[in-house]
Design a protein around this ligand. Structure first.
Ligand SMILES: [Zn+2]
Ligand SMILES: [Zn+2]
Length: 467
């Protein structure tokens, strides 16, 4: 008997793979998240594992590392199956222990190539460890760290909970100060999100330094309870953290949330950028009560804010967040490359048409539009214009025209162009906004579009009954 474990969160992809593999004589076991997948592998010691990278409760890189850390599974072939075309993801997956890396859609001949004549399952001496109990994916309250209490659940009747969004850093890649960027701002990603007295900081780019100063003025020595929600640990999203004043005040409580990256933990990334070679104060010397929580589930609650997350199309592990409050919903998708244009251009450059891959890319874009559907505000990567994009293909960022189309497809009310390119000055961004407005107007849909700018504030308030 040859057993294969398929770890994949998309039910359609799982069913297709299962069909193909059964035809080839495999006994197929399925898991929809990393944790239960690892449990199945440890229990059954299969000949092979097919594992997606973007899965909840342990991403694919983590699964590879966990399995490769178990000597008894040395004979098990690990095949990563992923929608990611990024070269770095391939290298990181192979470094984490994968034997093969297949870009979706995975077709029968791909499987025959990587699963040629595998022997039957390795002899079993019983299961290796008790597999973790399967927990269905659902909204969960984050662990109570003892600092923040257990929070409370979403209360739609609380119309008094005004939601505000304020931009402190809107730039991608690297800070760009100077006379050409004064109107838009030159700091890297940082957005303040408030609902009632809940303060959530989206990313810790250099914009977080001024936010820290503003909070210090507002709180005047009173204790702060802050949550920082990180999309990913690329430098432009964490480099401001060492300069965040409130983290140095022993009175303040700071909770940092995010998902494990392709190569390691969230705390490790923030810790390493403050090592002696790079910064004079270490993270452990910060006097504030700072706790890290690595997220596993895709839905969770932060006080009155319901958070839903998805993996975006960006090298490594990068998340987009949808925050829903009584005032409305805001989607923060700082770094994302729209699938279809990436696929189409890749094929054009390679001189070959692959219809299945184009269909797959289209479906992935549709999934993203569904995630964003009906948002009051979409803050979205729109780093390049149409002329620039081809030379930046596969860099993990989107052509602005596609961002607008995504917002239109998802019937978003307001779009904030975000993650501005360091080479784009105020005049360039203004011209991109004009083009974005024209695309929106031509569609006939009432989409409001502007560029996110430092200092800009958006207030969401649920309209009073009857209005
Ligand atoms: Zn970025
Ligand atoms: Zn990034």
């Amino acid at each position: 008997m040859k057993t294969i474990v398929v770890i994949e969160d998309d039910a359609i992809t799982r069913a297709l793979l299962q069909q193909q593999l059964r035809r080839e004589g495999w006994r197929v076991l399925e898991a929809e998240d990393g944790e239960s997948g690892v449990g199945l592998v440890q229990q059954n010691r299969p000949a092979a594992v097919l594992c997606d990278l973007h899965i909840p409760r342990r991403n694919g890189f983590q699964v590879c590392r966990l399995l490769r850390g178990t000597p008894e599974l040395a004979g098990t072939k690990i095949i990563v199956t992923t929608g990611s075309r990024f070269g770095n993801d391939r290298l990181n997956a192979l470094a984490a222990g994968a034997d093969e890396y297949l870009v979706k859609p995975v077709l029968p001949h791909d499987l025959s190539r990587v699963l040629p004549d595998l022997p039957s399952d390795p002899p079993s001496n019983g299961q290796l460890e008790s597999p973790p109990a399967h927990r269905p994916s659902q909204a969960v309250e984050l662990k109570n760290t003892g600092l923040f209490g257990t929070g409370h659940t979403f209360a739609p009747e609380r119309a008094d909970l005004v939601t505000t969004v304020r931009f402190w850093g809107v730039r991608g890649s690297i800070p760009t100060p100077g006379p050409g960027t004064v109107k838009t701002g030159g700091n890297t990603s940082c957005v303040e999100f408030r609902c009632g007295d809940q303060i959530i900081i989206l990313d810790a780019g250099t914009g977080i330094r001024a936010l820290g100063g503003s909070l210090a003025k507002e709180f005047k020595g009173r204790e702060m309870n802050l949550t920082i929600l990180i999309t990913h640990t690329h430098w432009d999203h964490i480099q401001g953290f060492p300069f965040f004043g409130p983290a140095y005040n022993p009175m303040n409580k700071l909770r940092i949330l995010g998902y494990e990256s392709a190569v390691g933990g969230l705390r490790t990334a923030l810790f390493e950028q403050m090592e002696t070679a790079y910064f004079p104060i270490s993270l452990s010397q910060m006097a504030g009560r700072v706790v890290f929580e690595e997220l596993e589930d895709m839905r969770f609650q932060i006080g009155p804010v319901a958070v839903h997350s998805v993996f975006s199309n960006h090298p490594g592990i990068c998340l987009a967040y949808r925050l829903t409050t009584p005032g409305g919903s805001v989607v923060y998708m700082s770094d994302h490359e729209v699938y279809l244009r990436q696929e189409r251009l890749t094929q054009e450059k390679g001189g070959k048409v692959n219809q299945a891959a184009l269909d797959f890319a289209r479906r992935e874009d549709e999934k993203m539009a569904k995630f964003i559907q009906g948002a009051d505000v979409l803050i979205c990567d729109s780093q390049y214009d149409e002329a620039e994009y081809p030379s930046r293909l596969g860099w993990g960022h989107t052509c602005m025209d596609d961002t607008v189309q995504l917002a239109l497809d998802a019937r978003v009310k307001r779009l904030c162009l975000f993650h501005h390119d360091p080479d784009h000055d105020d005049a360039k961004i203004e011209s991109m906004v004009e083009r974005a407005k024209k695309i929106a107007a031509d569609s006939g849909q009432p989409l409001e579009v502007d560029a996110a700018r430092e200092g800009q504030e958006i207030v969401l308030k649920r309209p009073a009954k009857g209005s």
